[in-house]
Design a protein around this ligand. Structure first.
Ligand SMILES: [Zn+2]
Length: 189
């Protein structure tokens, strides 16, 4: 599992780039354990760390139309209640949802940057069952709940070219990053 090259920071593609709108290619077990894919995953993880992109990233966001999503949730000073969930998911799909969707705030590093990230309330399920292949190519099925479930739905959308702007029902919730921080994040404290 050791990457063969020093990890690089990858450039993110942004809304308007057709790769974000494509159906991604699913990977075989052989591809998942190949140097090429391991290096790509190491670079994506390095990019999330170095650029503080937050909690998840999918391969189309770095210009690769492949069914790879990273979910990297860690407790932070702002959100100490978060449980750690740090996994790379290949060919991930939602195979079951529970209950109905509720509006949750989200943003995407492919739609703006810094204070200009576009946020909105997106209808998401609180709990989903997800099937995927892990880093060894083994099939796994997991029930995800709460924030992890929310992030997984956003990342799995990226694998079929769906962006958060498509999912927003209440258009009046669109908000730029600085206003979002002022009105939503700070009001939680
Ligand atoms: Zn995104």
């Amino acid at each position: 599992m050791i990457p063969t090259a020093t990890p690089k920071i990858l450039k993110l593609v942004r809304l308007g780039n057709p790769v974000l709108r494509m159906d991604t290619k699913r990977l075989t077990r052989t591809e998942i354990v190949s140097d090429k894919i391991r290096n790509l995953v190491a670079n994506m993880r390095h990019t999330i760390e170095e650029e503080s992109y937050g909690v998840g990233m999918s391969a189309p966001q770095v210009g690769e139309s492949l069914a790879i999503s990273i979910i990297a949730i860690k407790p932070t000073p702002n959100r100490p209640e978060l449980k750690r969930f740090d996994k790379t998911l290949f060919n991930a799909e939602i195979i079951e949802t529970y209950g109905r969707r509720v509006g949750m705030w989200e943003g995407c590093a492919s739609v703006g940057s810094g204070d200009d990230i576009l946020y909105a309330k997106v209808p998401r399920y609180k709990k989903v069952r997800v099937a995927y292949l892990d880093e060894t190519g083994q099939r796994r099925i997991e029930v995800l709940d709460g924030f992890v479930a929310h992030v997984a739905q956003h990342e799995i959308d990226h694998l079929s070219g769906v962006m958060l702007v498509d999912r927003v029902r209440d258009k009046s919730t669109f908000m730029m990053g600085d206003e979002y921080k002022k009105r939503i994040v700070n009001s939680r404290a």
